[in-house]
Design a protein around this ligand. Structure first.
Ligand code: GLN
Length: 434
C-alpha cells in the first residue's frame, strides 16, 4: 500500500463471510478509525485512544463482513472527526492522491484517499457536518450521507450524535449504493434507527444500487442561490455544467431559495461543539484510553490526562462547547442554534414540496494545500457552508464528481427529502455518466 499518502492508521484484516454472494462478496473495505472493530485498535485519530482496542465491532462492520466484504484497515481522520482536512490527526496528515501537496478533505480523509488511490474498493466514513461528502469531493470519488436513522451508529465513537451518520465512499455511485444497501436498516442496538416499514413513503425493500439507473427524465432539481454565493468561480462553473447535463437528460431545474442556510455553519458549530463537550467527557483516564501518570488528586489527573491526550482542535471545541452550554449562556447560544436548526429543517421541507432533489457544490472551495487552513479555524469552518445544513435537517445527500478544474476534482452535492436515498442515487448516477 502506498505509505506516502498515509491513508491508514492501522492495516489489519477482518475476513468476510466466504459463503456470501452479492455485490460486496470479495470487496475490500477500509473503515474510518472512529468505527469500532473488535480486536483491532480504534484510535479516532487521537493520542487519547492510541492503544484502545474495542471489545466489539460496530453493527456496520458486522453487516459488511456478513455481506462478504473483507475489512482491510482503519483509516486516518481528523481527531474525533473534528476537521475538514485530515490534518488534525495525531498520526499525521493524509495526502490527496490526486495531488499529494493537497489535503484529501476531512474528516474521513483517509477513507476517501484509500478509495481514490485504489487501496480499497469501498470505505466507510462518518458525516457529522460533511465528513463523508467533503473528502469524496476533494478526492474525486462518491460519498453518501444517509438520512439520520437509516444506518446504525452502534459502535461509532460519538462526536455530535444528533447530527452524524455513517456513510459509504466508493469509486462509483452504484458501488456506494450497494454498500449502503448492506449497512442500512434498523438495529436494536441503536434506538435512533428507523424501521422503514413504519416510515411513511419509505420502501423497506428498496435497493439503492438498483436505483443507480441514470434515469432523470421528469426529475425536478432545485438550485438554491444561497449555496452558490461566495463559492470559487471554477467550482461554480463545473457544477453548473453538470446541472446543465442533467437538464439535457430530461431533468427540469428551478431556482429556489433557502434563506436560513446563511446561519447553518454558526448553528452547526454551536450544536456540534456542545454535544462534543458532553460526549468527550468520558475520556477521563479511568474508563477509556490514555491515563496520565501524574500524581495528585482526581482533578489533577483528569486535567493532565486530557491535556496530554487531546490535540488543539479538540480542546478548542470542548472549551467552546462547555461555554455554550454553561448557565447564563445556554439561552444565548445553544437555544438560538436549536432555533436556527428548526428553521433550516423547515426551509428544506418547504423546498421539497416543489422539487425532488436540491443541487449545489459539495464544497465551495477546491482542496486546500497542506497546512493552508490549519492556523485559521474560522476559514476551515466556513468551508462547511453547504454540507452542514443537511446534517442540521437530518437529510440524505450524495457527493458525486462533477468534473475537474485546474486538475482538481469538484463535487456536486444532491440533497433529498428524508429517506429519499433512491432519488439522490438515481440523479447522481446520471451526473456520473457524463
Ligand atoms: N468539518 C466539520 C467539523 O469539523 C464536519 C466534521 C464531520 O462531519 N465529522 O465539525
Amino acid at each position: 500500500m502506498a505509505a506516502d499518502i498515509n491513508a491508514f492508521v492501522t492495516e489489519a484484516t477482518i475476513e468476510g463471510d466466504a459463503d456470501a454472494d452479492g455485490p460486496l462478496a470479495g470487496a475490500t473495505v477500509a473503515v474510518k478509525d472512529n468505527i469500532s472493530t473488535a480486536g483491532i485498535r480504534t484510535t479516532c485519530g487521537s493520542e487519547m485512544l492510541a492503544d484502545y482496542v474495542p471489545p466489539y465491532s460496530a453493527t456496520v462492520v458486522d453487516r459488511l463482513t456478513d455481506a462478504g466484504a473483507t475489512i482491510v484497515g482503519k483509516t486516518n481522520m481528523d481527531e474525533f472527526g473534528m476537521g475538514t482536512t485530515t490534518e488534525t490527526s495525531a498520526f499525521g496528515p493524509t495526502r490527496n492522491p490526486v495531488d499529494t501537496d493537497r489535503v484529501p478533505g476531512g474528516s474521513s480523509g483517509g477513507s476517501a484517499a484509500a478509495v481514490a488511490a485504489g487501496e480499497a474498493d469501498v470505505a466507510l466514513g462518518s458525516d457529522t457536518g460533511g465528513s463523508v461528502r467533503c473528502p469524496a469531493a476533494f478526492c474525486g470519488v462518491v460519498g453518501i450521507k444517509p438520512t439520520y436513522g437509516l444506518v446504525s451508529r452502534y459502535g461509532l465513537i460519538a462526536y455530535a450524535n444528533s447530527l452524524e451518520q455513517i456513510g459509504p465512499i466508493a469509486g462509483t455511485v452504484e458501488e456506494a449504493a450497494a454498500a449502503l444497501d448492506a449497512i442500512a436498516g434498523d438495529d436494536p442496538n441503536d434506538g435512533t434507527t428507523r424501521d422503514l416499514a413504519e416510515v411513511e413513503g419509505a420502501d423497506p425493500d428498496a435497493s439503492y444500487a438498483a436505483a443507480a439507473d441514470g434515469d432523470v427524465d421528469g426529475l425536478t432539481v432545485g438550485v438554491p442561490t444561497e449555496l452558490f454565493e461566495g463559492a470559487d468561480e471554477r467550482v461554480v462553473s463545473t457544477v453548473e455544467a453538470a446541472i446543465a447535463d442533467l437538464e439535457a437528460k430530461g431533468a427540469e431545474t428551478t431556482e429556489i431559495s433557502l434563506p436560513s442556510v446563511e446561519h447553518a455553519v454558526q448553528a452547526y458549530y454551536v450544536i456540534a461543539m456542545a454535544e462534543a463537550s458532553s460526549n468527550l467527557a468520558r475520556f477521563d483516564g479511568v474508563r477509556y484510553g490514555h491515563r496520565s501518570d501524574a500524581d495528585g488528586n482526581w482533578n489533577d489527573s483528569f486535567a493532565e490526562t486530557r491535556e496530554e491526550g487531546f490535540g488543539a482542535e479538540v480542546k478548542r471545541r470542548i472549551l467552546l462547547g462547555t461555554y455554550a452550554l454553561s448557565a447564563g449562556y445556554h439561552d444565548k447560544y445553544y437555544e438560538k442554534a436549536q432555533d436556527a436548526r428548526a428553521w433550516v429543517r423547515r426551509d428544506f421541507e418547504d423546498a421539497f414540496d416543489d422539487v425532488d432533489v436540491i443541487a449545489s457544490p459539495t464544497m465551495p472551495v477546491l482542496p486546500f494545500e497542506l497546512g493552508e487552513s490549519l492556523d485559521d479555524p474560522l476559514r476551515m469552518y466556513l468551508a462547511d457552508a453547504n454540507t452542514t445544513p443537511v446534517n442540521l435537517a437530518n437529510l440524505p445527500a450524495i457527493s458525486v464528481p462533477a468534473g475537474e478544474t485546474d486538475g482538481l476534482p469538484v463535487g456536486l452535492q444532491l440533497v433529498g427529502p428524508k429517506f429519499g436515498e433512491e432519488t439522490i442515487v438515481r440523479a447522481a448516477s446520471a451526473v456520473e455518466d457524463r
